[in-house]
Design a protein around this ligand. Structure first.
Ligand code: FAD
Length: 384
C-alpha cells in the first residue's frame, strides 16, 4: 500500500491537509482509527477564527460553513461587579468568528476529499511510524509513503516516533478541569459569556440555533455522572448570576465530559520524513478556542511545503516547517494561558490566593477599561 503522502488521522488537521494536497494533484492516503460515523459525530470545537475561515474559503472547503455557520463578534464577561461586553468585531483587526460545529466541518471535509479523489481508510489503527523510511504499520499491515504526516491528536503514535533526544516536549497541566456539556437548548445570551465566580468558572458558547455548549469548572476527579441535568443547570444559574442578568434557556443535556486543561508543544514538529500537525504537534487548552484553528493553520503551511517538495523537488519550506509554525503556536499558547489566569481563581490552599484574586480583578478591569488592551485582546482572540 503506497501513497506520496500518508496522513495519520482524519480530524481537522489531516482532512484540510488532504484536501489541499489533492487540489494540487498529490496522491494521498489517510489512515483513521475511528469509523466514518464516529468521526463525523464527534462534537468538539465550534469557533473558527478569521484565518481558518480564509483557508477554508480560499481552498473551496467553506460551502457548509458559509451556508449554516453563524458569525459572532461579541463576548461578555460577568463577575461580582457586573457585566461588560466586548464587540471584538469592531476592535483590533475587526475580525469575527464563524461558529460551525467541528463535526459538521469534518463531515464536509471528508466528502470533499473523496470528491477530489483522495483515499481514506477508516477503522485502521496505526501502531508504529518509521520517520526515516516513511513507513507506517497498522492493524491492516503496512503502508509506505514518501512523506508521513501525523495528525493523530495529542495521544497519537506520531509523537512517539520523534526521537526523545531530538524533540523536546514543553508541557503544562494547568491543574484545572472543566465539565464540558452540550445542551439541546438555544443560546441564552447573544454573546459568548465568561462568568467568573468564587464557585469556579462557567462559560456559555453558541454552537447552532438548537445547540449550546456550556463549561463548568469542576474538581479534576469529579465524575460526569455526578452531574445530572438539574445540578448542571442550577450551578450554571448561580455562576452566571441569573438573578441579576436573566434566566438561562434550559434543555436536555446531551453530552457531558471532563476536559482537563493541558497544554504542550513539541519542538521540532518534524523528523526525517515525518511531520506533525494539529494537536499532535501542540495541544492547547480550550480556554481561547484555538486548537482547531491552529490545526488548520499548520495544515495550510504544510500543504504548501509538501507541494513544493513533490512538484518541484524543493524541500526548503519543509525544512523550515517547525520554524514557520512554532512562533504562531506559542503566541496562541501565551494568549490561551492568559485567558486561563483570567477565568480561574487560585485554589484556596495557595499561600498567595488573596493576592492572586485581586490581581485577577485588576486583569479584568484593565480589559474592561482600556481601549488598547481591548484591541490587543481582539487581535489575539480571533487571530492566530
Ligand atoms: P483530532 O481532531 O483529535 O483528530 C485526530 C484523529 O486521529 C482522530 O480522528 C483520531 O481518531 C485519529 N487517530 C488517533 N490515533 C490514531 C492512530 N493510532 N491511528 C489512526 N488514527 C488515529 N478548538 C477550537 O479551535 N475552537 C473551539 O471552540 C474548541 N472547542 C473545543 C471544545 C472541546 C470540549 C474540546 C475537547 C476541544 C476543543 N477544541 C477547540 C480543540 C479542537 O477540537 C482540537 O484542537 C482539534 O480537534 C484538533 O484537530 P486535529 O485534527 O489535530 O486532531
Amino acid at each position: 500500500d503506497r501513497a506520496t503522502v500518508l496522513i495519520v488521522g482524519a480530524g481537522p488537521a489531516g482532512l484540510v491537509l488532504g484536501n489541499l494536497l489533492r487540489a494540487n494533484g498529490i496522491d494521498t492516503l489517510i489512515l483513521e482509527r475511528g469509523s466514518r460515523e464516529r468521526v463525523q459525530t464527534r462534537a468538539r470545537a465550534g469557533f473558527l477564527g478569521a484565518n481558518s475561515a480564509r483557508v477554508l474559503t480560499e481552498h473551496g472547503l467553506a460551502a457548509g460553513m458559509l451556508r449554516s455557520g453563524q458569525s459572532h463578534d461579541t463576548c461578555a464577561f460577568r463577575d461580582a461587579e457586573g457585566e461588560f461586553e466586548l464587540n471584538y468585531g469592531e476592535l483590533g483587526r475587526g475580525e469575527v468568528h464563524t461558529v460551525y460545529p467541528q463535526q459538521h466541518l469534518v463531515t464536509d471535509l471528508i466528502a470533499e476529499y473523496l470528491h477530489r479523489g483522495g483515499r481514506i481508510r477508516f477503522d485502521v489503527t496505526v501502531t508504529e511510524i518509521d520517520a526515516a523510511t516513511a513507513t507506517v504499520r497498522h492493524n491492516g499491515g503496512e503502508s509506505r509513503g514518501r512523506f508521513v504526516v501525523g495528525c493523530d491528536g495529542s495521544n497519537g503514535v506520531s509523537r512517539r516516533a520523534l526521537p526523545a533526544d531530538l524533540a523536546t516536549r514543553h508541557a503544562r497541566d494547568h491543574g484545572i478541569a472543566w465539565l464540558a456539556v452540550l445542551t439541546e437548548a438555544p443560546q441564552s445570551m447573544t454573546a459568548v459569556t465568561y462568568a467568573l465566580h468564587d464557585n469556579g468558572f462557567a462559560g456559555h458558547m453558541a454552537r447552532s440555533p438548537q445547540v449550546t455548549r456550556y463549561y463548568l469548572q469542576v474538581c479534576a476527579d469529579d465524575d460526569p455522572a455526578a452531574w445530572p441535568d438539574e445540578r448542571i443547570w442550577s450551578e450554571l444559574a448561580i455562576r452566571m448570576r441569573v438573578d441579576r442578568f436573566g434566566p438561562l434557556r434550559e434543555g436536555p443535556v446531551t453530552e457531558r465530559r471532563m476536559v482537563r486543561l493541558r497544554s504542550d508543544v513539541v519542538d521540532p514538529m518534524q523528523h526525517g520524513r515525518l511531520f506533525l500537525a494539529g494537536d499532535a504537534a501542540s495541544l492547547i487548552s480550550p480556554s481561547a478556542a484555538k486548537g482547531a484553528n491552529l490545526a488548520i493553520m499548520q495544515a495550510e503551511v504544510l500543504a504548501r511545503a509538501l507541494t513544493d517538495a513533490v512538484t518541484r523537488e524543493d524541500e526548503a519550506a519543509l525544512r523550515a516547517y517547525s520554524r514557520t509554525c512554532l512562533p504562531r503556536i506559542w503566541r496562541a499558547q501565551e494568549f490561551s494561558h492568559w485567558m486561563i489566569t483570567l477565568l480561574h481563581g487560585p485554589a484556596a490552599a495557595e499561600p498567595d490566593a488573596g493576592f492572586q484574586r485581586v490581581l485577577r480583578r485588576a486583569r479584568l478591569s484593565s480589559l474592561r477599561d482600556s481601549r488598547s488592551h481591548q484591541d490587543f485582546f481582539a487581535e489575539n482572540y480571533v487571530g492566530i
